[in-house]
Design a protein. Structure first.
Lengths: 297, 297, 433
């Protein structure tokens, strides 16, 4: 018993703040939302237990739920890799030997600061307008640009560009990760006359793997939950023709616009399970490509 | 060694050096072109906001040029005092909440991360999975249960709901981020210190933390930005305008059914991102190559 | 599990946290002996200044009561109110709009005022129509603080350049969709700017049109009023104007479906010469542009059956959670009657419903305010009676209309096909609600 205590004491002592916070502040609301997902709850009246009805309705009748899933999946699959590749490229360009590097970094972080504000919504409308800046550039190449924001075939792309454009946080994490790679490894590689491509795949990628993995998992979770950009740009309801109906935008409308908190909670739990599934897959594959340099055996 | 071979090698060496230099220069030029073009795209929204903040109201949306015809510096003064409470108060409130949150996040999350990354204790996997789960649940469905919880605690209309969770490692993003960085540090250090009789706390404080400066700086930057910009938390928990934070105040400028003040809103938006940029530029200096690390390898 | 009500369930979840409640002492606020009344509204800098000034006035005049104001932007107001309903700590006096008021009444979040009328609450000077508008099932719930109607706002410079003159070839209070088509095309030809926004996806215009065709938006039994013919005709009329070049191209308008941001209106951005809004938004829209705006009613059919209604834009209501309804209603009463207080508020929330207050304000109007007042005088007698309050689910029907109309604008599907699709969805929504 004493041995058990001693073995676990340090771990639980360091974990204590999180445990307290989890049990006192986080767990209750999460369990409450699970309970609410089995109820009909319009916020004003007490919730009514209706069993699995919300889930039945969702999978049997709700076409917008399916549409929301489709939009969200497309967004995740395209925007996450695009954002990560861009973030890594910029991080590597900024890693060394650039003057005024601090300001460069701040500059590249700027778009992320603007987030999903009203200003971004207005700006995006101006940029992607039929007579806007983007089409002016496209016209320069002799192409007649589309109606980006109102054509359901293209509108999601404006959000994907927005997501990739706000690449600041993975970039910063990549930078911190690159800084943790010992310089002498590169020097040693140079003596072996390794080119930049080889250096990238032989040194950077394996040593950066834990950070790449982190960014991949987190950006994926964030993309699944992505809300504010789609919300402000689509006018709050996923227009045009639900092509910007992100899962959380749908969920918000159900909860706060139509006061179906019970149904919204059920939607949230389905999303949670989907995210959990993908995260679990990511963790499982990480065994094969993420090696923690110092945790041999 | 004969003179011939000597001159031969030195010629080879100088050839190699010029080749390397030329290659570096070409790479440098490409890098700079890439950086400059990217920065132009990055800075455009800021220029646009700056120009909007200097235009008279009736020209912001009709006139698309970036250079204002007249400079309305008035917008800044007006914006600062537009609401019944001046922006001095909002900036002060935001500063208090943000600084406390940054401190709380860095301390409490690094505790939890140290436990997960370096200590052995039973139940670790389950706690880790639960921690990841808190990242996955869409915020909008826990909003109301959380509000009821804080109401029960009597915390509504105070800053406590915004700050206390930060001291209880409420944001799993940072825990996971730090775990990934801690796992990159050489285990030999802990093991050596353990043999020397160091307590886990001593190891955390004297070895892990100093070596993780880049990760801590990254976490501090993110937590500053995200808290500074957070608006849903303040929206729900703060009732008195004297307690409002900057983002909440900014959302009061635009009205559906009466005069809006876009000029002053853009002016205040510009001012509101200055502290972020400042904090960013100062703290990003800490994202440096870990000195100890390359030495130890 | 079903007998567990929300409150008890949440208390259980929160109970474990009791030990931490001691921390709350740090953040607690001292409560004075005075009666505290909280007033919550959505606003903007101007409205906030005026309302806080009014609150100060009231507090000076009424020692013993301390009113405190809370304000948020419109977009955030209802999110917060929803949270507070769940928490059972709504402010005493809350602001409501016409569209959502009935949901709140039906849900019991807003309580009747009948017990206070003639005592703490004086409504003797209120317009009868305003009182009617705040009455549901014979109970009086909501105090109107400004009247509103549908308004077509047009760019007078572009109209003049195209030779469109009020009184000669344009009657702002009695023109048909055919007239609009002619005017819009003339403006397009003369100035290059399309004469009007495309209202294919505008639900407010559609609801007007339904009434103009002699139908109700919602029938007595709560079912949806518009028929397949009405929906098809509405979209065909706008398609006619669009095809003649009187509106911006369809895809352009599709991007604005459901967007309520004032700065994105065609008349503000210069992409068209006419936009359609609520009359109390005229002052705001004018503030964003240089050319002066004129006001007109929505277009009509040749039969000229009135379609627009005059309805309160905003109400003040007493919330379920008020602990001192007498003091709260006394404050509400002063808010609409007190000459000093109403003078400070002005027309900022719309045309006041109290006749004395209206008369007193006449002398101090700004130009756009004067346009609003003239518009209101002109539409008297040309509007439809207020109909029964919309059933719950109506907000979702509105959103659905805005969504499906986009396929008409993009020309993806035929009008009859989209119309029957819309009606089927509306029916399903109302059945579910």
């Amino acid at each position: 018993m004493e041995k058990f205590f001693r073995r676990n004491f340090a771990g639980y002592a360091f974990l204590a703040p999180w445990l307290i916070g989890f049990f006192l502040l986080a767990l209750g609301p999460i369990v409450a939302s699970l309970y609410l997902s089995f109820t009909k709850y319009n916020i004003v009246r007490p919730p009514q237990w209706i069993g699995l009805d919300n889930y039945f309705y969702m999978f049997q009748f709700d076409d917008r739920f399916k549409k929301a899933l489709q939009v969200t999946f497309t967004f995740v699959v395209i925007s996450v890799p695009a954002k990560l590749i861009f973030a890594l490229a910029v991080a590597m360009a900024l890693d060394k030997g650039v003057r005024a590097i601090g300001w460069y970094r701040a500059l590249f972080y700027l778009p992320s600061i603007l987030g999903g504000s009203i200003a971004v919504a207005i700006l995006w409308r101006q940029l992607f307008d039929y007579n806007g800046v983007i089409n002016a550039v496209v016209r320069w190449f002799g192409i007649d640009g589309p109606y980006w924001l109102s054509d359901p075939r293209y509108s999601l792309w404006t959000l994907i560009v927005l997501a990739a454009w706000q690449f600041g946080s993975p970039m910063l994490i990549f930078l911190a990760g690159l800084r943790a790679i010992p310089n002498d490894l590169y020097e040693a590689a140079e003596i072996d006359a390794a080119g930049p491509v080889r250096k990238f795949f032989a040194i950077t990628v394996p040593l950066l793997a834990p950070v790449i993995f982190f960014n991949l998992v987190l950006q994926m979770i964030e993309a699944f939950k992505s809300f504010s950009g789609a919300f402000v740009i689509s006018g709050g309801a996923g227009a045009p023709l639900d092509s910007l109906l992100f899962f959380t935008v749908y969920l918000y409308n159900e909860a706060f616009q139509f006061l179906r908190m019970g149904y919204a909670s059920a939607l949230a739990w389905v999303l949670l399970l989907i995210i959990a599934l993908f995260t679990a897959i990511a963790f499982w594959t990480s065994k094969y490509w993420v090696h923690y340099e110092n945790e041999r055996g | 060694m004969t003179d011939a071979t000597l001159s031969n090698t030195s010629a080879l060496a100088s050839q190699y050096r010029t080749l390397k230099l030329r290659r570096a220069r070409r790479a440098g030029l490409l890098k700079h072109i890439f950086l400059i073009i990217t920065s132009l795209i990055m800075i455009y929204p800021l220029l646009w906001m700056l120009s909007s903040s200097l235009k008279p109201e009736n020209q912001i949306f009709g006139d698309l040029s970036l250079w204002p015809a007249t400079f309305e510096w008035e917008n800044y003064w007006q914006g600062w005092n537009a609401l019944p409470v001046s922006f001095t108060t909002f900036f002060w409130n935001s500063t208090v909440v943000t600084v406390l949150s940054v401190i709380g996040n860095v301390i409490s999350c690094s505790f939890a991360a140290y436990a997960f990354a370096r200590l052995e204790f039973s139940g670790k996997t389950i706690w880790f999975a639960l921690m990841m789960m808190t990242l996955m649940i869409p915020y909008h469905v826990v909003l109301i249960p959380q509000y009821l919880l804080f109401l029960q605690l009597g915390w509504v209309d105070t800053y406590l709901p915004l700050i206390v969770p930060r001291f209880l490692a409420g944001d799993a993003f940072f825990i996971f981020l730090m775990i990934q960085f801690f796992r990159q540090l050489p285990r030999e250090l802990d093991e050596a210190a353990m043999i020397d009789g160091c307590s886990p706390f001593k190891i955390y404080w004297a070895i892990i933390m100093p070596l993780s400066l880049p990760a801590m700086a990254t976490a501090a930057i993110f937590s500053f930005i995200w808290t500074w910009e957070d608006f849903l938390g303040p929206l729900v928990y703060l009732n008195d305008m004297k307690d409002y934070t900057v983002p909440l105040a900014l959302r009061m400028f635009v009205s559906q059914d009466s005069v809006s003040q876009y000029g002053p809103m853009f002016a205040m938006s510009i001012l509101s991102i200055l502290p972020i940029i400042l904090f960013f530029v100062v703290f990003q200096r800490l994202i440096i190559r870990g000195i100890a690390m390359s030495g130890l390898k | 599990m079903s007998i567990l009500n929300r409150r008890r369930f949440m208390t259980g979840a929160a109970g474990t946290a009791g030990s931490l409640a001691v921390l709350a002492a740090f953040g607690g606020r001292a409560f004075a002996q005075d009666i505290a009344i909280r007033h919550f509204w959505w606003g903007n800098p101007e409205r906030d200044k005026r309302t806080f000034a009014v609150i100060d006035l009231y507090n000076q005049k009424n020692p013993g009561t301390v009113v405190s104001g809370e304000s948020l932007g419109f977009a955030d107001y209802f999110t917060k109110l929803t949270t507070q309903i769940a928490g059972g700590n709504m402010p005493d006096v809350i602001q409501q709009g016409y569209g959502v008021l009935f949901e709140y009444i039906a849900n019991g979040a807003v309580v009747p005022l009948d017990d206070y009328v003639g005592k703490s609450l004086d409504i003797s000077k209120m317009d009868e129509s305003a009182i009617q508008a705040g009455t549901v099932d014979g109970k009086f719930y909501a105090l109107s603080i400004g009247a509103n109607s549908h308004m077509a706002m047009y760019n007078t410079r572009l109209y003049e350049e195209a030779g469109i003159k009020v009184g000669e070839n344009f009657d702002p209070y009695g023109y048909t969709y055919d007239d609009l088509k002619r005017i819009a095309v003339e403006i397009k030809n003369a100035t290059g700017v399309p004469g009007t926004d495309d209202n294919t996806a505008d639900y407010q215009n559609f609801s007007d049109f339904t009434v103009q065709k002699g139908a109700n938006l919602y029938n007595e039994d709560g079912s949806f009023g518009p028929t397949q013919e009405i929906v098809e005709e509405y979209w065909s009329i706008w398609a006619g104007i669009r095809d003649a070049g009187g509106t911006p191209p369809g895809p352009e308008s599709a991007g604005l479906a459901g967007v309520s941001e004032l700065s994105q209106l065609g008349v503000v951005t210069g992409k068209s010469a006419t936009s359609y809004l609520w009359s109390n938004q005229l002052v705001g829209a004018q503030g964003l542009m240089q050319d002066p705006l004129g006001a007109a009613m929505y277009p009509n059919t040749p039969e000229m059956i009135p379609g627009s209604v005059i309805q309160p834009s905003q109400f003040v209501c007493l919330s379920r959670d008020s602990s001192n309804p007498e003091a709260a209603t006394a404050y509400m009463s002063a808010f609409v009657n007190d000459p000093e207080m109403t003078a400070v508020l002005g027309l900022e929330r719309g045309i006041p419903s109290n006749s004395d207050v209206r008369a007193a304000l006449q002398s101090s109007l700004t130009p756009p305010e004067a346009v609003s007042v003239a518009f209101f005088d002109a539409i008297q007698g040309k509007t439809a009676p207020l109909t029964a309050p919309p059933p719950s689910g109506s907000a979702e029907v509105e959103q659905t209309f805005e969504r499906v109309a986009v396929s008409v604008l993009l020309g993806e599907r035929s009008i009859p096909e989209v119309a029957s699709d819309f009606l089927a969805q509306a029916k399903a929504i109302l059945a579910r609600a």
